[in-house]
Design a protein around this ligand. Structure first.
Ligand SMILES: Nc1nc2c(ncn2[C@@H]2O[C@H](COP(=O)(O)OP(=O)(O)OP(=O)(O)O)[C@@H](O)[C@H]2O)c(=O)[nH]1
Ligand SMILES: [Mg+2]
Length: 441
């Protein structure tokens, strides 16, 4: 048997400060999430340090005592000298910290410091595939780096400073200023690229609307809730599903399967997370426009996650931020199969249905549940359908297939002039068809 060559995980420790305003449950959920994020980045978290404080230490985020404790731990690990254990390479902290806090902590503990924002940015960077997603992530990363350049240069010492600036320095400009200027230029360049890509996306969208598929739903929600899994189940497409955070960064659009009248498009979108770096929200706005275009949002929630209520709030916040607060939405509590035994599942379902009227409680792994969701989606769009009669002269029978493709034909009869169709369809679709038929008369 071929032996899988697997990259050894890098070892890291996690550190977090609990402020008085944060409950134990919230704090625990946040730290657990940071450990998940670390795992997604390929780290093995070997220890977690927690500290209650009335505020963050202005010099180095954690208090002096905690810093010494971590320093000691990292050094002991280094000296343990077991050939199998690699040194601890990074300390991950559960907040966004200032450049100088990061530098001081890094100096004192002696390994790389990554804050929550940097960890998330790094995951996005690794998972970005399409040119649009790559450009969006790069803008957010450069925005994060710009104010940190000076600290990075200090940390690297005089040699690092020399290395950091490359050519083209204007009179009186320090290396850091030069690098900042370069970053600004690069951001501007990337923004232009994104504008061009947006234009292309608009064209594609217009083309889709030409095919008269304005019935569309978007799957939105916290990362890892099961959006892509539902996308697969609802459309029969092969989008990426992975038990890691931020597996999906690009919006994918597919038709609901089995097809319905009207034809419904489903889009899968990037997931959200608590403290999603601001640069990323801004960068991903254009990707999320797809969600804004939808007539219905499917808000997917992981019912098996103890922190799901906070996750609902976070998703609502982001949706408000992008202006999607008024779109109709269905709440979908997914992964119910993962909530204890049958009795616990029934109890959970009852509690959720009582608290969130008209929500759907389901498992993406149960075909019956997927069929139930499919029906709820189709019902939503069919409630707006109207009945009408269309006439098609014999000379224009080539347009017959258009009727069948765009509406539901309830009855068909014919006389010597042509054919009459009693149909049910969307108002706008029927209007378009009528205009088209009038032209051929
Ligand atoms: N037990 C169980 N696992 C599920 C269910 N739905 C999804 N999963 C698993 O949850 C993990 C995440 O699923 P995805 O569909 O990739 O989640 P996502 O919301 O697209 O995540 P991002 O793209 O990271 O935002 C995968 O391991 C899925 O197999 C479910 O109903 N039950
Ligand atoms: Mg996904």
């Amino acid at each position: 048997m071929r032996k899988e060559i697997q990259e050894k995980p890098k070892r890291a420790v996690v550190a977090a400060v609990q402020l008085p305003s944060v409950t134990d449950i919230e704090f625990e959920a946040s730290v657990t999430e940071l450990r998940e994020l670390a795992k997604t980045l390929g780290f093995e978290v070997v220890h977690t340090f927690m500290q209650k404080r009335s505020g963050f230490d202005s010099t180095a985020y954690l208090g002096v005592g905690k810093r010494q404790e971590i320093h000691q731990y990292v050094n002991d690990e280094l000296e343990a000298d077991e050939s199998d254990t690699a040194p601890i390479e990074a300390i991950l902290v559960d907040h966004e910290i200032s450049p100088s806090q990061a530098r001081n902590l890094e100096k004192e503990i002696g390994c790389e410091v990554m804050d929550r924002t940097m960890v998330i940015l790094e995951i996005f960077h690794r998972n970005a595939r399409s040119p649009a997603a790559r450009a969006q992530v790069e803008i957010a990363r450069l925005g994060y780096m710009a104010p940190r350049l000076r600290e990075m240069a200090k940390l690297a010492g005089p040699q690092g400073r020399q290395r950091s600036g490359v050519g083209g320095r204007g009179a009186g400009e320090s290396h850091t200023e030069l690098d900042r200027r370069k970053i600004r230029d690069r951001i501007a360049e990337l923004q232009l690229e994104i504008v061009a890509m947006d234009a292309e996306r608009q064209t594609q969208r217009a083309r889709r609307q030409e095919r008269r598929s304005n019935a569309s739903v978007a799957l939105v929600g916290y990362t890892n809730a099961g959006k892509s899994t539902l996308m697969r189940a609802l459309t029969g497409s092969e989008v990426l599903v992975a038990n890691k955070l931020f597996a999906t960064l690009d919006t994918t659009v597919r038709a609901l399967h089995p097809e319905s009248v009207p034809r419904i498009l489903v889009s899968d979108t990037v997931g959200f997370i608590k403290n999603l770096p601001h640069g990323l929200v801004a960068s991903f706005k254009s990707t999320l426009d797809e969600a804004l275009d939808a007539s219905l949002l499917l808000h997917v929630i992981d019912a098996s996650d103890p922190g799901f209520e906070r996750q609902i709030e976070v998703t609502n916040e982001v949706l408000n931020e992008i202006g999607a607060q008024d779109l109709p939405r269905i709440r979908i509590f997914n992964k119910i199969d993962y909530v204890g035994d049958a009795a616990a599942q029934a109890e959970c379902e009852a509690a959720l249905s009582a608290k969130y009227p008209s929500c759907i409680v389901m498992s993406a792994r149960r075909p019956d549940d997927v069929a139930k969701l499919h029906k709820a989606i189709v019902d939503f769009f069919q409630q707006d359908l109207i009945e009408d009669e269309l006439f098609l002269p014999w000379s224009a029978q080539q347009l017959r297939s258009e009727i069948y493709a765009n509406c539901k034909v309830l009855e068909e009869r014919a006389d010597e002039e042509g054919a009459y169709f009693k149909v049910s369809g969307e108002t706008s679709v029927l209007k378009d068809l009528r205009e088209k038929f009038d032209q051929v008369r």
